[in-house]
Design a protein around this ligand. Structure first.
Ligand code: NIG
Ligand code: FE
Length: 414
């Protein structure tokens, strides 16, 4: 099957055939290539060729679309979500309006523990059905590659239930999905005074089972004051590695808790959140291959200060953006709104925000060789905008449906 798009106003984030797709660092993020007045040919679900309309050769295709005035972009790659959950938590949203903090809600047994109670009650079948519906909405919004975490189970049975649901989504979804094991999301009530007991449960019981069923790709820990200390995180990441799980962790969301350092020590693929960062953490990332993944949707929703994107990019680091879609700190998977937050609140340029949400998101999931840019041989997961005046309009026109069409594996799904 061959599909041809002609008269594309701009084809965004193009890479030459032989270019090595890699994470974009520092100034590279704003220097991405675009091709104006372009054509693009898809074949059997993959990007086959593209070029300028001025030099378009004679091409055979089963279907041809004239995209006069529209932009074509790679889909977003959302490298940090908690998409598998049973209930939203809008009551806590109201509690915060009335003055409680996210931490106070957690200490009272709400927050993650609230989601865990619901997770332990729901059947695997029902959880799968709800998650599949969410996933369909996520894909239709323009996301063409995704990470999903466990972490609302907090006991062996419920963590396995979540991971098996993620596994089924992986098997059935039209987009690549990676799973992260996050039993170390918070201490369950019965282990509040017995951290050793819960760490042992994760390390000795859960990890071997998960490895046996190959249910996870990455090891995640909520490294945070009041949750898992840097020392506890260190032990968990070490244990995960023994089962082949590379780290991708929650770090420095509420406090400067040593999360960045422990992540870098274990060569984490990414350290995520980073609302609270000092010079030491920036310097630590500079001596590493770890990607800084920023989640401005959570900072927005919890009314916290935003991540220091400028500082990180200006230091030459690779930055990814993700939604953090979850019922507590960011009940939205809208990566377009993330573009707006990144630009308006963190002073990223529209191109930096796009690089961070596409190729760098793919790199944060080790998918950069098959997704994240317009390159021959990559999966044809694409977004087509409505006619718009410039690329900046995508982040600028927040709340508008600027994305008109979504194509997954070369097929239009919206
Ligand atoms: O990334 N910070 C930890 N975990 C999630 C929120 C979990 C929740 O509140 O349900 C996050 O923000
Ligand atoms: Fe998260």
């Amino acid at each position: 099957m061959r599909t041809l798009f002609t008269d594309i106003k701009e084809l965004v984030l193009t890479e030459a055939d032989n270019a090595l797709s890699n994470v974009l660092k520092g100034t590279e993020m704003d220097a991405i290539e675009t091709l104006s007045n372009a054509w693009l040919l898809l074949e059997d679900g993959l990007i086959h060729a593209f070029g300028s309309m001025d030099t378009m050769p004679e091409l055979q295709a089963h279907e041809t679309y004239n995209l006069n005035g529209s932009y074509v972009l790679p889909t977003y790659i959302d490298s940090h979500t908690h998409l598998v959950f049973s209930h939203y938590r809008e009551q806590e949203f109201e509690d915060r309006i009335h003055g409680l903090t996210y931490e106070e809600i957690a200490q009272r047994g709400g927050g993650i523990l609230n989601s865990a109670r619901r997770m332990q009650e729901i059947t695997e079948e029902e959880l799968f059905k709800l998650s599949k519906e969410k996933l369909e909405a996520v894909i239709a919004s323009g996301t063409g590659g995704l990470e999903i975490k466990s972490g609302y189970g907090l006991n062996t049975q419920a963590e396995l239930k979540m991971l098996r649901v993620i596994q089924r989504l992986k098997e059935q979804a039209p987009i690549p999905i990676k799973a992260s094991f996050l039993a170390a999301h918070t201490y369950p009530l019965e282990f509040r005074e017995n951290h050793e007991g819960y760490l042992n449960l994760i390390i000795q019981e859960m990890l071997p089972l998960i490895a046996q069923e190959k249910l996870a790709d990455y090891m995640d820990v909520f490294c945070e004051r009041g949750f898992f200390s840097a020392e506890e995180t260190d032990r968990l990441l070490e244990a995960g590695y023994k089962y082949g799980l590379k780290p991708k962790i929650h770090a420095n969301q509420l406090y400067n808790s040593g999360g960045v350092q422990v992540g870098v020590k274990h060569n984490a693929i990414s350290v995520d959140h980073l609302e609270t960062m000092d010079e030491e953490e920036v310097a630590c990332l500079k001596n590493s291959n770890t990607i800084a993944t920023l989640l401005p949707g959570a900072a927005f929703f919890l009314a916290m200060h935003y991540q220091p994107a400028r500082k990180l990019i200006d230091a030459g680091l690779p930055v990814a953006l993700a939604s953090d879609y979850n019922p507590g700190s960011c009940p939205s998977y809208n990566m377009n709104f993330i573009q707006t937050l990144a630009c308006s609140q963190m002073k990223m340029t529209p191109k930096e925000a796009l690089s961070a949400s596409t190729l760098n998101g793919a790199a944060a999931l080790e998918l950069q060789t098959c997704l994240g840019s317009i390159q021959k041989g990559k999966i044809a997961n694409l977004m087509i905008t409505k006619p718009m005046p410039s690329l900046a309009f995508l982040a600028y026109a927040f709340g508008e449906q600027v994305i008109d069409q979504v194509w997954i594996k070369g097929k239009r799904i919206r």
